[in-house]
Design a protein around this ligand. Structure first.
Ligand code: FES
Length: 63
């Protein structure tokens, strides 16, 4: 599933990034990593990205 249309990347790319991230991550760090360092344009995808990062960080806290 495509997460961001402005700098297209998929949920697969986000999950791969989060799995490789050491510990907790942030939305801006994740966005930058998945979009080759670009900044969000319309920001429509950020809520979805925020949910994915939050879920990842919750898993990190529980580990
Ligand atoms: S859809 Fe991601 S910044 Fe526009």
């Amino acid at each position: 599933m495509i997460i961001c249309l402005c700098h297209p990347f998929s949920d697969k790319k986000v999950r791969a990034h989060l799995e490789n991230a050491a510990g907790r991550s942030t939305v801006s760090e994740t966005y930058g990593a998945c979009s080759d360092g670009k900044s969000p344009q319309c920001c429509t995808c950020l809520e979805t990205l925020k949910d994915m990062v939050k879920t990842h960080n919750r898993g990190q806290a529980a580990a």
